[in-house]
Design a protein around this ligand. Structure first.
Ligand SMILES: [Zn+2]
Ligand SMILES: [Zn+2]
Length: 807
């Protein structure tokens, strides 16, 4: 048997801290994930970590940082054939997951939640016993509520016996679990008339594109289907019973399997235990209680733990924890092998925390996860390398994502921490069995575009044909007459942050585009998972301004509106992360942000705000249906809400209108017209749409989805998307000045084929930044792109094995 612990996110902008524990043996190979923030799924894909053996996910806190990647991950796992996932965490876990019922549904997998309470419940399977230890921040120790405080009834928790998982007897929790069983319902077989096997790609499997099985399965004949749909219809629209945020943080003590023959009766006797039952329990990996009341855990401690200490206010609680004190002992058997410290800023510098760390024995390895101590290295290497190549065409359009291989603070600057303290790094591995070993051989290559000897730079320099044509394109662009430079809105900046469809891939993240209107404000058009990380990579970290760029603080202070086109997971799962950062960085306390989206969006956000205060009270919601373009108003006076009025005034807009597009129920495009005379139209996901053409007439820029290649028209029809050629045609019919294609299928990073008679079509890439006045340059890039992404390029071949989840 082999078991090891692998670090996933080490706390960079794009992947919050997370850990995977692997057990490889013949009978029961398994993976256990601790925390699943935004980007976790993409990290696994980038590094070919197979997640098919993942059955159990543990969260240290129920907040977006630990939870944000989970909804998308569950959909992907269900579509890849996983049958069952169990989620473990503190209060509100069930609430958080059921709040996504408007858009996260699968009938091929079951999902169960187990909310640990502070009553000694544990997790146990053949591989590990896991003990949760709760700790709370100092100021709110007494007023933390759990999800059980429904309607003033606070039922006492049912104490489960030591190694059994059970849930609190709680009507509200039971109700939410019922909802969860309707969201993920394995016994329900979706109607499948063709009887097709699972297809090989995400698109074909429609991973995130079936938003609403309630809608799509209407025609199904099975009785089973009908009852499920009816139950969903009955229960889903009701708001979840209210809950309140819990600030509890959970540390997990993971104890590995007991090795036979290693039991030390003398040590047990010294602890006051009696031979017989208690000895046997210890041998079998169970904890037993010594006469003095202390809990004795068996040896082979895999590592307390993931101690998630978000801020210094948690320090008193963790230092006073009697559960941790059990492991701060001279008894070697009880000394943990590893402690993973997920630390907020200032915790490591705190003297009390340092003393607490030192109380563990000299055999304990400490691993620090913190943004200041761990460098902001590139985590998604493929996209950074791709960006490096593109920068040879135009380094201002294709900017290399921000990174630093040097930490802000050095671990050496803290003299009082244990000598066995390490910094976290992605994929750093700690082998637990058969013998302990620290393995850094899997660490992804350090991206360093200034190092001529790095693989990425060497490889680029070898591609002489591309470099030649890139230089040629640069020259052509430089000598072209920039007649477009003086058009209205020429200084408005379009940044395509995510340009792929369905789910994050190596080269393209899911949908998001940023419009920056100098002096007036910024607007985000869709925010897929990972958008927050992309913004930090683009604008740089807090307190730093990148050359020729506004700072991330300035960006968030200028952000006035988030538009969500429809409720497919690839378009909105990043919004909570964006809102909570906006809430943190927006200086003006009376400032607010407009959210324009489908009705389900608001419902989800308000239910999730029961779990975490991300500043929802500072938002103003506008329903997409309330601002439909005049053309669709059929003569009745347009309903203009105060929110729309204030939105338009705050950005100096003339019009801000939605268009119902042809995709799924409640799918919308948007047309934004500024008082200066420019107009930007965004299609969202859609089949070619006449209404969009009409509303978008003479647009300065049309940003249109182009999910499928031209020869996949049938698929485009089935899934209600557009082909490249169809997207271009819409722009031509609209008489758009420029057309920018986005939302490409993740199957291949090839350059799509299209006819561009008028030289107005550009292809978007993640992190591409272009002023309206410079859009004329984009079509000229295409010939260089064709060389870069030719059939036998690294990128074209690389993505063929992206089916990371299967083995
Ligand atoms: Zn989409
Ligand atoms: Zn969609």
């Amino acid at each position: 048997m082999k078991s090891y612990l692998q670090l996933i996110g080490s706390g960079t902008f794009d992947v919050p801290p997370s850990i995977m524990v692997h057990f490889d043996n013949q009978q029961n190979s398994q993976r256990y994930l601790f925390n699943c923030g935004e980007g976790t799924q993409r990290f696994c894909l980038q590094n070919k970590l197979k997640a098919s053996k993942l059955k159990n996910v543990f969260l240290t806190r129920v907040n977006w940082n630990c939870f944000g990647g989970l909804p998308g991950m569950l959909l992907t796992m269900a579509d890849a054939g996983s049958k069952e996932i169990k989620l473990y965490g503190g209060p509100n876990l069930t609430h958080a997951i059921t709040a996504t019922r408007g858009f996260i549904l699968r009938s091929t997998m079951s999902v169960e939640t187990h909310e640990f309470q502070e009553d000694g419940m544990t997790f146990k399977d053949d591989n590990m016993t896991i003990y949760p230890i709760f700790f709370d921040p100092e100021e709110s120790n007494n007023n933390i509520s759990s999800s059980s405080s429904q309607g003033g009834v606070n039922l006492p928790s049912k104490r489960a016996n030591d190694s059994t998982l059970d849930t609190v007897d709680n009507t509200s929790l039971q109700y939410k679990k019922e909802i969860l069983s309707l969201m993920f319902n394995k016994s329900h077989q979706p109607h499948n008339p063709k009887g097709t096997k699972k297809s090989k790609t995400y698109e074909e499997n429609s991973a995130l594109e079936i938003s609403d099985e309630v809608q799509s399965e209407k025609s199904s004949s099975s009785k089973n289907d009908d009852s499920l749909i009816q139950q969903r219809r009955k229960l889903f629209p009701k708001r979840l019973p209210k809950s309140r945020p819990s600030s509890a943080s959970i540390a997990y003590v993971c104890v590995g399997p007991k090795y036979k023959g290693k039991f030390d009766p003398q040590a047990a006797k010294a602890l006051g235990l009696k031979p017989g039952r208690q000895y046997a329990d210890l041998v079998n990996g169970k904890a037993v209680t010594a006469p003095d009341g202390t809990i004795v855990h068996p040896n082979q401690v895999l590592g307390p733990s993931r101690a998630d200490v978000p801020s210094t206010s948690y320090i008193p609680s963790i230092c006073a924890s009697p559960e941790f004190a059990t492991y701060q002992t001279d008894n070697k058997d009880l000394q943990p092998r590893i402690i993973i410290h997920m630390l907020g800023d200032g915790v490591l510098e705190n003297e009390k925390y340092q003393i607490w760390m030192k109380k563990f024995g000299p055999n304990t390895e400490h691993v620090i996860m913190n943004e200041q101590y761990c460098p902001q290295r590139i985590i998604f290497n493929s996209i950074a390398e791709s960006q490096l190549k593109l920068s040879k065409i135009d380094e201002n359009r294709f900017r290399i994502p921000y990174y630093s291989n040097q930490p802000e603070k050095l671990l050496d600057s803290i003299p009082n921490i244990p000598k066995t303290t390490h910094l976290a790094a992605p994929l750093l591995t700690f082998q637990m069995e058969p013998s302990f070993d620290i393995d850094s051989s899997n660490l992804p290559e350090l991206f360093d575009h200034n190092n001529e000897n790095s693989r990425a730079v060497k490889e680029l320099n070898k591609n002489i044909e591309y470099l030649k044509i890139a230089a040629q394109v640069q020259e052509e662009v430089a000598t072209a007459t920039p007649k477009a430079m003086n058009i209205p809105g020429n200084n408005v900046i379009v940044t395509t942050l995510g340009t792929g469809s369905t789910l994050p891939s190596k080269y393209r993240n899911v949908s998001s585009t940023l419009l920056t209107i100098p002096n007036d404000g910024s607007i985000l058009l869709d925010v897929g998972e990972g958008t927050l990380g992309a913004l930090f990579r683009h604008f740089g970290p807090l307190g730093k301004t990148r050359e020729g760029q506004i700072s991330i603080e300035e960006l968030f202070n200028s952000l006035k509106c988030i538009f969500i086109s429809h409720m497919h997971a690839d378009h909105h799962l990043g919004i909570v992360g964006i809102l909570s950062k906006w809430n943190e960085l927006k200086k003006d306390p009376s400032g607010f942000i407009h959210i324009v989206g489908p009705p389900k969006l608001w419902k989800w956000l308000s239910e999730f705000s029961d779990v975490q205060d991300f500043g929802l009270s500072r938002t103003r919601f506008i329903d997409n249906r309330d601002i439909l373009s005049l053309q669709k108003q059929s003569g009745s006076p347009k309903k203009i809400s105060n929110s729309l009025k204030s939105l338009k005034e705050s950005i100096n807009l003339k019009r801000f209108e939605t268009i119902e597009v042809i995709h799924c129920p409640f799918a919308f495009g948007i047309s934004i017209e500024h008082l200066d005379g420019w107009k930007i139209v965004y299609s969202g996901d859609t089949r070619p749409c006449d209404d969009l053409v009409n509303v978008g007439k003479n647009a300065t820029l049309l940003l249109h989805e182009a999910t499928f290649e031209n020869d996949l028209l049938e698929e485009a029809l089935n899934k209600k998307h557009s082909t490249t050629e169809e997207a271009v045609k819409i722009g031509e019919r609209m008489n758009a000045h420029s057309i920018l294609l986005t939302h490409f299928s993740q199957r291949y990073p090839k350059v799509p084929v299209f006819t561009d008679d008028h030289g107005k079509v550009g292809i978007s890439f993640d992190f591409m930044q272009v002023n309206i006045g410079e859009l004329y340059k984009l079509p000229k890039y295409v010939k260089a792109l064709k060389v870069l992404y030719c059939e036998n390029s690294e990128e074209a071949n690389d993505s063929k094995d992206d089916d990371w989840i299967q083995e």
